[in-house]
Design a protein around this ligand. Sequence first.
Ligand code: SAM
Ligand code: DTB
Ligand code: SF4
Length: 318
Amino acid sequence: MQLTDLQAIYATPFFELISRARGVYLEHWHGNEVQLCTLLSIKTGGCSEDCGYCAQSARYASGVKAERLLPTQEVMEVARRARENGSTRFCMGAAWKGVREGDPRFEQVLGTVREVSKLGMEVCVTLGQLSDSEARQLKAAGVKAYNHNIDTSPEHYPNIVTTHTFEDRLNTIKAVQGAGMDVCCGGIIGMGESELDRLKMLQVLTTFEPAPESVPINCLMPMPGTPMEEQPPVDIFEMVRLIATTRIALPKAKVRLSAGRTRMTKEGQALAFFAGANSIFFGDKLLTAENPGVDADMALFKELDLVPQPSSVAVAGV
Ligand code: SAM
Ligand code: DTB
Ligand code: SF4
């Protein structure tokens, strides 16, 4: 899609915009179903990269300590609980620049993926940069989707990260597509970017072939000790406008209302669901930051008559 088209959509009067987004949404999805994804940080902190928003970078005194890679059995306990709570996607994150073939830790992650995929949830991982052959191994082990965000516009990216480039991110996404995994790719708003940067980020997402399967829209959670700790919160109507524009631009993608829900009201989240958001991170923790708890989210779903989206994969009976 052209940037000018996205700008025109974004600038539509608010109620017209969310009504149009709702219409597009209902053409492609069941209007009351929201996908529940549980996140688990399987390797926390100590990351070599300098992403200015991230508490897991070794460069910032964020208070997040570097930990070892979690053993498969520990991951399985959390994954089983996530399934009991109703999650249909389980996403494991590692604070690494990327994975290295031949590294025993990569072999361990492959083993963990094989086990988790027996639980009948969609398996997603976010492990940083990948080569083609690593991507193929992850796919073979049972990964359905790979999360790798472009995070912001190509122009704003160097203001946020200097240890890798926007192009590096796109190359990993190509490796993921080449291996036949779904691409989960979105970004963060509230990092000092302009409205134009947000739409440029969305424009890049619309050029992907195939289109991203899911698009997480995160609001910056300003983590203490990071360069972004003082960033002001994102205005809810800007967030809803971006969600509506994303829904119209990428009708078949799951649009995930991601980090930052702890600072949103119930009404704000309801507007985001109305405008086409149909996935959330579920559980009281994201990777290191807080998320609304299971009980609060289930109460909200009840009030809004929303239901968890069924899993797209079969349960193996583990
Ligand atoms: N290391 C891998 C990578 O960089 O892709 C995977 C983990 S990384 C923490 C996954 C994504 O979480 C980032 O791309 C970013 O979009 C999001 N994220 C990290 N810290 C955040 C924060 N403080 N607020 C909002 N989103 C954040
Ligand atoms: C995504 O877009 N958001 C998630 C997931 N993909 C991996 C991560 C949010 C992290 C929020 C900050 C934290 O927990 O440290
Ligand atoms: Fe490392 Fe990923 Fe955090 Fe960047 S976003 S510092 S690559 S964990």
